[in-house]
Design a protein around this ligand. Structure first.
Ligand SMILES: O=C(O)C(=O)C[C@H](O)[C@H](O)COP(=O)(O)O
Length: 211
């Protein structure tokens, strides 16, 4: 989850992420420069999977896709936004904070949702509670995820991935401190690796089978 002011910052972040094992960036539509940053990454770093975050209107769906975004993320769930994404054929991960939000996602045919803001709505305990009635749903918790709790979130079987801004903190991006962005990225990738390996090697473990 990246907040950048312009194309140059976007390229700096994308390069630091890719060179440290995480070639994926969600550039949020929170700044005037977000569109230019997505365009620059899509053009100059085709090895990086670039998406748009904080997509809250159908018009932003179109804008993001025109800029080259290959996936979309919303902080909440809006029928109009999800339906527009489905019309143009780009994957969208809407934010859900309650069981009702998840039911709306399911009605729209969406089974991968973002739990947001994950830390505030109950963290791992909320994930486990919401996973029980919705075994078909995969969660991407964001909002309050960090190096301190990353492993805990990834250990929940229904968690597909996590997202967060701690690797690309605004002050680091503003200062162009790509070495520190790279260090935090590498650390996160190393912490996530055991969870990813477990998902691949133990698909029939009891916990997995009961999902
Ligand atoms: O607006 C969106 O579409 C988002 O994706 C929200 C972000 O994922 C979170 O704001 C990240 O939260 P922190 O890692 O705690 O900074």
């Amino acid at each position: 989850m990246v907040v950048v002011d312009d194309a140059a910052q976007g390229i700096g972040v994308a390069t630091a992420l890719a060179e440290n094992g995480l070639p994926v960036a969600e550039v949020t539509f929170r700044t005037a420069g977000a569109r230019a940053a997505i365009e620059a990454i899509a053009t100059d770093r085709p090895d990086v999977l670039v998406g748009a975050g904080t997509v809250v209107t159908p018009a932003q769906v179109d804008e993001a896709v025109a800029a080259g975004a290959r996936f979309l993320v919303s902080p909440g769930i809006s029928r109009a936004v999800v339906e527009r994404a489905q019309e143009v054929g780009v994957p969208i991960v809407p934010g859900c904070a309650t069981a009702s939000d998840i039911m709306t996602a399911l009605e729209l045919g969406v089974t991968t949702v973002k739990l947001f803001p994950a830390g505030v709505v109950g963290g791992v305990a909320a994930l486990r509670a919401l996973s029980a009635p919705f075994p078909q749903v995969r969660f991407v918790p964001t909002g309050g995820v960090s190096a301190a709790n990353l492993a805990e979130f990834l250990a929940v079987p229904s968690v597909l991935a996590v997202g967060g801004s701690w690797m690309v903190e605004k002050t680091l991006v503003a200062a162009g401190d790509w070495a520190e962005v790279g260090r935090r990225t590498r650390e996160a990738v190393e912490m996530a690796a055991p969870a990813a390996a477990q998902t691949v090697t133990t698909p029939s473990a009891p916990e997995e089978a009961s999902r």
